[in-house]
Design a protein around this ligand. Structure first.
Ligand SMILES: Nc1ncnc2c1ncn2[C@@H]1O[C@H](COP(=O)(O)OP(=O)(O)OP(=O)(O)O)[C@@H](O)[C@H]1O
Length: 261
């Protein structure tokens, strides 16, 4: 997990993430194949696509934890992985990184001390309390993480990423295993973070109804971006009623094109 401090980088109108010709090789496979995309500030960009298409790899490259990355990849005006970005990005992986032998609050206290070393004790305490409230975990703040449910542990991990108000939040399937009410509340939180704090959110999901909640969607297939548009525009230009139908139609069109080659 990585978090924020202060001081914006790059002109405010520039996208938070800017990729051109982004290519990633993992083992013997070229997992991302020269892709172009931008992630605007103040919006939620959804990253959708079948299992294994490269969503997590794209996210890892964005936060600077992926090897063998070529092409252009800038985050807040700096090359991805720059040390100056570590404190500006909140990243939640699919495997929650929390200490199971600490309580939820102790986990947050620990990460606040590591991530916000210059904040006062009172400020860190306030940030921890706010992050616990953001993810609706106040009632479980003093429970050992090892005794929490899977969804609750995921929320501790998300709360860590929220400490300090990051400029860029990269969330890899943050709502897996959560009930519909919690999912709705978290999406409301994501929208508040985007609109009130001006942060850029890049969120991957398998759940197509969540795609409707994003301002923009990147649809991926086999290491390529096959569509980059707003949900309305996607539905309109494919003549479909849902993003899921639009996605399937675009995939079928891609397959038909491949068959002709
Ligand atoms: N360490 C690795 N070595 C070689 N190939 C890998 C490695 N990790 C992942 N891959 C391959 O890279 C491709 C993309 O994986 P990635 O995890 O980015 O997909 P994903 O879209 O996030 O999938 P999911 O939705 O299932 O999480 C997959 O084909 C996967 O098998």
């Amino acid at each position: 997990m990585m978090n924020y401090d202060s001081a914006p980088s790059g002109p405010p109108d520039d996208p938070a993430v800017h990729a051109r010709g982004l290519t990633v090789v993992r083992g013997p496979r070229t997992v991302l194949r020269g892709i172009d995309f931008d992630v605007p500030r103040g919006q939620i960009t959804g990253l959708l696509g079948p299992s294994g298409c490269g969503k997590s790899t794209l996210m890892r490259a964005t936060v600077g934890t992926q090897a063998k990355v070529t092409g252009t990849l800038q985050v807040l005006g700096l090359p991805a992985g720059s040390p100056a970005l570590r404190s500006r990005i909140g990243y939640v992986t699919q495997d929650p990184s929390v200490y199971l032998d600490l309580t939820a609050r102790q986990n947050l206290d620990y990460f606040a001390a590591v991530l916000l070393p210059h904040a006062s004790r009172a400020d860190r305490h306030a940030q921890v309390t706010a992050a616990l409230a953001d993810v609706d975990l106040e009632d479980h703040a003093d429970a050992l993480a090892g005794n929490l449910s899977g969804g609750q542990v995921s929320r501790v991990s998300l709360a860590v990423a929220l400490l300090g108000t990051p400029d860029v939040l990269v969330l890899d399937e943050p709502t897996v295993g959560l009930d519909p009410v919690l999912r709705r509340d978290l999406w409301d939180l994501f929208h508040r973070i985007a609109t009130e704090r001006g942060a850029a959110l890049l969120i991957s999901s398998h759940v197509m109804d969540e795609a409707e909640r994003c301002e923009r969607l990147l649809l991926m297939r086999e290491g390529r971006i096959i569509a980059d548009d707003a949900p309305d525009a996607l539905r309109e230009r494919t003549g479909t009623g849902t993003v899921e139908e639009a996605f399937l139609k675009i995939v079928d069109a891609e397959k038909a094109k491949e068959a002709l080659r």
